[in-house]
Design a protein around this ligand. Sequence first.
Ligand code: FAD
Ligand code: NAI
Length: 475
Amino acid sequence: MSQAFDVVVIGGGPGGYIAAIRAAQLGFKVACIDEWKNAAGGPAPGGTCTNVGCIPSKALLQSSEHFEHANKHFADHGISATNVKIDIAKMIGRKDTVVKQNNDGILYLFKKNKVTFFHGRGSFVKAVEAGYEIQVAGAKEEVITGQQIIVATGSNARALPGVPFDEETVLSNDGALRLGAVPKKLVLIGSGVIGLEMGSVWRRLGSEVTVLEGLPTFLGAVDEQIAKEAKKAFDKQGLKIELGVKVGEVKTGKKGVNVAYTNAKGEAQSLDADKLVISIGRVPNTIGLNAEAVGLQLDERGAIVVDAECRTSLKGVWAVGDVVRGPMLAHKAEEEGVAVAERIAGQHGHVNFNTVPWVIYTSPEIAWVGETEQQLKARDAKYKAGTFPFLANGRARALGDTTGMVKFLADAATDEILGVHIVGPMASELISEAVVAMEFKASAEDIARICHAHPSLSEATKEAALAVDKRTLNF
Ligand code: FAD
Ligand code: NAI
């Protein structure tokens, strides 16, 4: 007799494991199936985010930032650090420890919440009266049933056509996060989030980095003023970003890789490098799910088709996270996972796509929520803008990090905040205040009238809100 569950979650990334925990909290009997293996072949729940995404990239960004500070900025504080060296194996080992702590943490949370964890691949067998039969193929094979199924199978890196990843010379995010040595020359294709974050890591550690971007504009989804400011900072750091290129033939050999491309002027170019990272986006993953067995509908991109509340084409089957439409972000996946578990329980799950924040963890960090100025112009909105530079913020001066600004966009008539855009120190933390404000439909004046601790970077947020009404106090 197969084990029967109220809810079976396929995929244990941020969408899946959080959905499983929330469903268990709501009193359901829950199983979560995840196939990710650690180096020893054991379970490593947490998905892309924990294993080869958010967590390891931030660990390496931290290590490489320390290295850069020791080399370039300690002297400003009167600290001499000569002959600073980096032990790459140790840095990667630390990153792996951080990843393992997170994998173990999720296994602990499953136990704590009485979620039954299966290590293996989950696939649809057939619809039955009690829901769906799901095959689990792991160390042993078994079939379980779930009344409700949540699919959270995530995404995979998109390869350049005709250039498969070998993770030796042609790397996805996976290979880029576990290089054994600093490549002398590194080329990244795509100046999106991964291109900038991974490019920053290896540049700080000594690589000569070139990022080749197909589009003529830099970070098109980011507010133009903020993107311009960020680009200035990256140029100054020596991160070479070529826009408007057309990548041609990629040849790999014993000595590395050669990338042929046409630059924005239409001139033929070629670059030799030790390693090539392809960071041109990700594709939804339904490999091995046997979606066709039950007729689960996919769109032309391979994403599972869902409605605004994550219902698929099949009764009792839901899908969340990177495998469905919307931004491919861990916190978006988590919010959808919680909302689906609550909807299964008959509650009103809630995800506000207008207040999903974005963060790029470069230095300076870039963070935003809501609409950009170019989006407001495109829809002919009447708005007011206010900016405040970190140069005029006491805490930023004390930190020695005055690059960038906070920018507010508010409705011209009602003063409601429409978007907040930050480039500068700790933008990832500062953006939360804007998210809360927008969720509560605050006006710029609401933020301007709130007492902010002094000295803190958050005073730049208050001042930018004051700037909307042209009454900054410190600039
Ligand atoms: P995933 O995390 O991909 O998890 C899916 C899981 O399902 C995996 O464990 C997979 O093995 C498993 N699985 C798939 N099919 C099956 C099956 N049939 N049976 C069993 N298991 C299966 N987002 C942020 O918000 N912030 C960041 O800083 C950030 N940094 C990133 C850095 C990098 C380098 C990358 C690549 C991504 C980053 N992201 C970041 C994006 C983030 O990782 C994803 O949006 C997030 O992981 C999506 O969660 P998910 O649960 O939908 O899927
Ligand atoms: P991306 O969508 O952020 O950027 C891809 C870039 O590649 C774009 O600028 C695109 O114009 C360019 N591109 C596409 N095809 C190209 C080609 N043939 N030649 C040259 N350029 C080309 O995708 P990326 O960086 O791969 O990251 C995938 C996703 O992972 C992100 O969209 C994001 O959702 C998530 N992520 C989030 C992070 C965060 O939240 N801090 C960090 C890293 C990834």
